[in-house]
Design a protein. Structure first.
Length: 258
C-alpha cells in the first residue's frame, strides 16, 4: 500500500516538473522572437515663407489674387445752374452713368466743386479696369448730350454746359434747336387777321381795276360822246361852255338824185 502511494507521488511530481520545463522553454522562445518590419509614412513637405518680423519662423504659403489697377477716361466738366449753390452730386452721377450706359459706380468726381454766384462747375471722369471700356463710357455720354433724351435728362439736373478738352456743348442752345419756338395765341390771331385784311384789299383792288377797265371800254364804244347827266341833258365840257356835238358829215344833195 505504501509502495503504491509512493509511485503515485513520483508520477505526479514528474508530470509537474515536465509541465514547468515546457512552459519555461516556450517563454524563452517568445522572448527571442524577431520583431516584424513596419512601414512609416514619409512626412509631407510644407512650403513655408518667413513671416514679417518673424525671423526664420516659417508660415504656410497663402495664394493671393492680384487685382488690376483701375484706369480712367478723359476728364469732363459740367456747369450746373443754381442760385443757392446747392447741388446733388449723387443725382448727377446717376444721370451721367445712365447716359453713358453704366451706373454711377463708374463715375468719379475729381477735385472739389467750384462755386460761383449762380452756377457750380463739377469735374467728373469714368473709371474701369479696361481703358477701352472707360473710353467707351466717355464717348457714349458725349453723344447723349446732343440727343433729345440726354438734353431733357441734363436740363432736369439744371446742367447748362458740358465741356472737355477741345469740346464745349451748350445744352440750352441744343434745346432751342431741338424745340423750335412756338407762336403764342396773340401772334396766331394777328397772322389770321392780317391774312384776311390782305385778301380783302386784294379783292377790292381787283374789283376797282376791273370796273375802271369796263368804264373805259364803254366810253370808247360810244365814239367819245359824253353820257347824259341826271336830267337827261347832254353833259357839259370841261371848259364850262355848251356841249358841242362832233361834226357829222353832210350828205351831198347830188347823192339823193342818184
Amino acid at each position: 500500500m505504501a509502495t503504491h502511494s509512493l509511485k503515485v507521488f513520483l508520477a505526479v511530481f514528474l508530470v509537474s516538473a515536465f509541465t514547468v520545463s515546457a512552459q519555461e522553454l516556450g517563454a524563452r522562445n517568445v522572448g527571442t522572437a524577431q520583431p516584424s518590419p513596419t512601414t512609416t509614412a514619409a512626412p509631407v513637405p510644407v512650403t513655408t515663407t518667413a513671416g514679417p518680423g518673424n525671423g526664420s519662423s516659417a508660415q504656410p504659403t497663402v495664394p493671393t489674387t492680384t487685382t488690376p489697377a483701375p484706369v480712367f477716361s478723359q476728364l469732363f466738366r459740367m456747369t450746373v445752374e443754381t442760385e443757392d449753390g446747392n447741388i446733388n452730386i449723387d443725382n448727377l452721377r446717376d444721370t451721367v452713368g445712365k447716359l453713358a450706359g453704366t451706373d454711377r459706380d463708374h463715375v468719379l468726381m475729381t477735385g472739389q466743386p467750384q462755386f460761383h454766384d449762380d452756377y457750380v462747375v463739377v469735374t467728373f471722369r469714368f473709371t474701369s479696369y479696361q481703358q477701352a471700356e472707360a473710353d467707351q463710357y466717355f464717348n457714349n455720354f458725349i453723344n447723349a448730350c446732343t440727343s433729345k433724351d440726354g438734353i431733357e435728362a441734363l436740363l432736369a439736373q439744371d446742367v447748362s454746359e458740358v465741356s472737355s478738352q477741345g469740346l464745349d456743348i451748350e445744352i440750352e442752345e441744343h434745346e432751342k434747336k431741338k424745340k423750335p419756338h412756338k407762336l403764342g395765341g396773340g401772334a396766331i390771331a394777328g397772322i389770321v387777321i392780317g391774312s384776311i385784311a390782305g385778301a380783302a384789299l386784294l379783292v377790292v383792288g381787283g374789283m376797282y381795276v376791273i370796273k375802271k377797265k369796263n368804264t373805259g371800254a364803254r366810253m370808247a364804244s360810244r365814239g367819245g360822246h359824253r353820257p347824259m347827266d341826271e336830267e337827261g341833258l347832254l353833259g357839259s365840257n370841261q371848259g364850262g361852255g355848251a356841249y358841242v356835238p362832233p361834226p357829222h358829215s353832210q350828205q351831198n344833195p347830188d347823192d339823193n338824185n342818184v
